[in-house]
Every structure is written in C-alpha cells, then in structure tokens.
Ligand binder design. Sequence first.
Ligand code: SAM
Ligand code: SF4
Length: 335
Amino acid sequence: MKKTSHILTDSFNRAHTYLRISLIERCNLKCTYCMPEDGIPLSPRNYLMTYEEVYRIAKTFVDHGVTKIRLTGGEPFIRKDIHVILKKLASLGIELSITTNAVLVDKYIGVLKECDIKSINVSLDTLNREKFTQITRRNEFERVYKNMLLLIKEGFKVKINVVLIKGFNEEEVINFIELSKHYPVTVRFIEFMPFNGNKWDLSKLVSYAQIMDMVHAHYSKANIKRIQDAPNDTSKNYKVSDYKGSFSVISSVTNPFCDSCNRIRLTANGKLKNCLFSDGEEDVLTPLRQGKDIEPIIHRNVMSKKKIRNGLETIESFQEQDAHSKNRSMIAIGG
Ligand code: SAM
Ligand code: SF4
C-alpha cells in the first residue's frame, strides 16, 4: 500500500487519504437546509475547474497517498461532462464514490458500473411526498425514490443520507430504519449543521442521543446491535437483528469525530477546505493555471487544519452565529 507523504499529514499527525471533490455549485433541488432561499452567488463559469483540472489536482493528491475520492456538489450529475470526469478519475485506481440526490442517476447506471463504482450515497430526508416538496422546494419524490430502488436492484451499495430537523422529519426515524428490513441499505441520520443562510439553530437539532432514545423506545435493546466502526468512520453504526441493512448516526455537532479525520475538500472553483467548518480556503486552481507547483499550497492548507471543527470545540460554540455564518453554504462545499 502506498504511504501518505508528509504533505498530506497535518500537525496532529492525521494522514489525509480521502479527498471530496465538489464538481458544481448548482443543483436541481433546493433543499432548505443546504441552499439559502435566494440561492448563492455562483462563481463565473471559467472559475470552475474543467474536467482536466479536476483530474490534475486529484492526481496530485493520489500521488501523495489519497486512496479514496468522493464526488459531490451541488448535484454532480447535472455536470454535462460527468461521464468524462468519472472515467478519468476511475483511471487513478482509487476507491471512487459519489453523493447524489438521485434525480438523474438512472441515466448513468452504465457509466457508474464501467467505472467500478460500488457505493453511492443518496440524499433523501423524508418518505412523505408533500414533505419532500417542502424541504427540496421541488416535486421530485417519486423519481428519487424510484431511482434509489433502481440503484439497489442494480447491485450498488446504497447509503441513504437523512438530515434530521426537529419538527420536520424526526418522527420518520423508525420508518427509515424499517427500510433496512427489506433492503440492504444503510440509513444514515445526519445531525443538522449550521452554514451560511440555512437558518440553523440548536433547537432544530435532533441529536445522536435523541435519535437513540427513539430507537430504544421502539425496538428492544437486545434487538439493536452496535456494529464495529470502520477506521476513520464518521458514523456510529447499528443494525436491527435480522434486518438486511443497517443504520447509523453522523453526529458532527454533538459528538465530533475529528481525532481520526482523514478528509480534505476541494470546491468546484478549486479551493481547498481542510475542514467542513473552516471559513479559510486556499486557492489551488489559479496557481495550477499559472503553471505553479501546487504541492506546497496543499501542504500549507493541511498544516493549518485545527484540532476540532475549525475551533468550534464545544456545542455551545455553535450558538455564536458569527462562528459559522461566514462559512460557505453546504451547496458550495459539497458535504
Ligand atoms: N446534491 C447531492 C446530494 O444532495 O446528495 C450532493 C451534495 S449535498 C451538499 C451532500 C450532503 O450534504 C447531502 O447528503 C446533504 O443532505 C448534506 N447536507 C447539506 N446541508 C446540510 C446541513 N446543513 N447539515 C447536514 N447535512 C447537510
Ligand atoms: Fe442540492 Fe444536495 Fe443541497 Fe439538496 S442537499 S440542495 S440536493 S446539493
């Protein structure tokens, strides 16, 4: 196995082997928790990475030890050159995966298989058609649900991302877990996180502890098994006995997993973000276009990574609006 070179190891000795690349800032859904009501100011088209630039930057990371790349967005499948990007990145011999809202995914089953993509994360926050329209501001529930089932049928390992918001969908926790009875999916409950313009406040958070209270109120303790977390796993994983699938909780707010963080993010306009919560970014696209060496820039960005959530060490620190309101909206980071 290739060793991670020093440029991807931070001052807390965390080796960064997982690169998440956002391919586009636009989306065909408009989820309220992700995108501000009036949208976001989009980068001019020539500020976005071309497929060649995505490949060149990704290759630099792979040459220094990255073994896994996830494509995200905005919605990655609305990029016209997504086929080319998938094929070029697949040629790097890394584990390649993608996070999607699944609206268009049925058109890409062939290329996903050709690129040996095994695991796909699908975002779906409710099993109720009207609520889906309310949260995504678009009427696409049937298409998304059908496409999620299609991915399962086609043999992909499907993880369903569910952002829980108090008063909106927390009552669906058990219905989502019941999906794992019949289908080999992993349902991942994600704590609602604050970003610029998403009207976050602590009272809307459904915490890991509250989710587990709902689980234990419904299933007997003996029926819920804790599954061993994989190294660098961000989720706490569980299974209901005899169910085909599993469920997990991503507790970025109440229970951060920064100690073992191996992630680094590249935004669609070519900026490095060393943490989901960091407001500072490092431009690699402009220097790449100027023919400069981007390795020292990558190293500087990795070295400036803070120990915990860009300094948001406690749950109380989230109450300070200023602490997170300067961060980009999630739509422009990519999750
Ligand atoms: N469009 C794709 C999708 O929805 O899967 C990829 C981009 S989306 C930004 C990536 C993930 O971020 C989604 O699973 C979404 O639910 C999650 N996300 C967006 N805003 C969030 C927030 N405020 N808190 C927690 N997760 C969020
Ligand atoms: Fe689009 Fe995904 Fe954000 Fe929803 S969560 S608006 S689908 S990028």
